[in-house]
Design a protein around this ligand. Sequence first.
Ligand code: ZN
Length: 362
Amino acid sequence: MSVPLNAETIRDAPKVLLHDHLDGGLRPATVIELAAEGGYGALPSTDAAELGHWFLAASHSGSLVRYLEGFGHTVAVMQTADALVRVASECAQDLAADGVVYAEVRFAPELHVEQGLALDAVVEAVLEGFRVGTALAAEQGRRIRVGCLLTAMRHAARSREIADLAVRYRDVGVCGFDIAGAEAGFPPTRHLDAFEYLRQQNAHFTIHAGEAFGLPSIWEALQWCGADRLGHGVRIVDDITIGEDGSAKLGLLAAYVRDMRIPLEMCPTSNVHTGAAASLAEHPIGLLRRLRFRVTVNTDNRLMSDVSMTSEMTALADTFGYDWSDLQWFTVNAMKSAFLGFDERLALINDVIKPGYAALQA
Ligand SMILES: [Zn+2]
């Protein structure tokens, strides 16, 4: 007799998060307090509940400009070392309270230098925040491990510099690299020198690809750049044909992604908000899970989409009828795909994840 699945019980299940943006996950009250401290007067509201609604409405609006406006506000209040420490600490605490046992949180250092912080100082502040937040969570009996990914913006020209930063800080909490930003017009191949450098350094990276833009973006990320994982990757379904009998025929690229067990960092609710999927029920995650791609479940932007790992998994269970074994499958997939040493991944799977789900299914 297994424990029934609902938001409360799913919160207690061990979860792994690979795709979460630091500047997309602030607490509304923190945005307001940091804005007041830093003299930032452009927030649409100084009431936490109202501001939270504003972010969600902006992400739902169907307008990318309005969606990005939200990041304008969060990034504006993340320009000092103290602010970055606080935001990162709260991020670790919030994820731990959500039952996340391992997370890789990403941010773009180049976006946090408007008030003169050096790139190194940005990274050090965020790492310090994760240390503080992890320790505070442990005091509450919540064990979490948080690593970070350094993101370079695809429209900018600092990727080589950010890649160097990721390599220099890899032994102290940075576990990989990412590029993010508008896909159309900014192919990942613009950053080949950064990817080449990372490969030479035996470093790991993921690339946002196949979210809004189609197969060419995924193909370039894998076959030109050598990405270890795909951020989103939802458009891989464009290379899958479903026959009238329900059978699936995979094209060469989709077959490659599945055969090579390329992890897909899927963020279903975020995709619905940005229009990359029409609804949760129509989200490609249903098909890709059925075809046993290396699917993982992620939040993307917890503030903008008003989601958590718990709400995301609960929504998927409600929509697709997933049970504990499905949620464990997503979680083990994510842990296997983490940019963490093999022995440590294995330890988390065998000592934390499997016993956690076994208890729920007992
Ligand atoms: Zn993302």
